[in-house]
Design a protein around this ligand. Sequence first.
Ligand code: NAI
Ligand code: ISE
Length: 344
Amino acid sequence: MTLRIGVIGTGAIGQEHIERLHKRLNGSTVVAVNDINRAQAEAIAGELTPHARVYDTGQALINDPNVDAVVVTSWGPTHEEFVLASIAAGKPVFCEKPLATSAQACLNIVNAEVASGRHLVQVGFMRRYDKSYRLLKAEIDNGNLGAPLMVHCAHRNPSVPDVYAGDMAITDSFPHEIDVLRWLLDDDYVSAQVIMPRKTRHARTDLDDPHMILLETSKGIRIDVEIFVNCPYGYDIQCQVVGEDGVGYLPEPMGVLTRKDARLSHEILQDWKLRFIDSYDVELQEWIEAVKAGEVWGPTAWDGYFASVTADACVEAKHSGRIVPIEIDQRPSFYDRRAMKPAA
Ligand code: NAI
Ligand code: ISE
């Protein structure tokens, strides 16, 4: 059976996912698209063979019986509406991060999914599928580093578009670290603090950049994450786990080392699309197979909710200058299972 997918949002990552779901991955086809930019949706639909159908609204796409599963790649503030509508229609839905833009909106999704009694929602936290993060996790899990004590991370983008504004460093970029570090350490956060270093001259006047975010976990692990989104040299994701017996480093993306012009060098990627290209493929291929098998295993709505609560605490910490406790409700037993397929 080929999974017939409808995609809401045909912008940057929407186009990337349509290409992989329709042309490269096994077992799926994109039959339907929707975007408030109808001309863009039509252009993308017209490039597919056979052409995808273009819908006037996301809701109409979700309700079409020819759509088996939904992918939401529209702007964050629209996610709640489309994920809730997919749950109401009983359809599996893969939603790009953030699951929604407020903790309450994420909780609405959690409650709706629990009430439906089926695991329908997966959040696009693709770093859990990245080979290098999986290697680092294996090193932690097999005890080689001893108990983790501290983690030092950096999330650097060469630039950001004009729509990237306000606290999006925390609410749009940082959620990747929030999720992957929770998964890596198998631990939850208890408090957050945000420190603002000297501002870079490369940032727009209305944008704070960089940020230094400090998290504490329930086991007492201390994490520092630098979010620097006008970092001229490239897209660079760093993670170093300091354990009581050793230090584990996230492997660098593979690239050829060259000796030339009196320099020893290798390329640094410029674009997030390239850094995690394989992870998106693995993530969506596993999702297609899980949907076909009847149950999704990837990052859950609860993980999306946790990320949102953490991001909210960080925004409060930034603006108040205080250390803010991260308090979360009891996880519903519905989510008491590994959020990854046991074989993964
Ligand atoms: P984008 O701005 O390039 O595309 C978003 C598209 O959604 C636009 O074409 C816009 O017209 C459409 N849209 C907005 N409201 C809509 C509505 N009500 N109905 C239908 N379409 C609507 O943004 P981008 O970069 O593709 O980001 C989309 C989402 O994906 C965001 O939540 C972002 O955080 C996430 N993302 C995730 C990445 C990852 O690494 N996992 C990477 C980039 C983005
Ligand atoms: C973007 O939305 C993403 O999700 C990218 O993976 C991330 O690196 C970037 O900072 C975000 O703005």
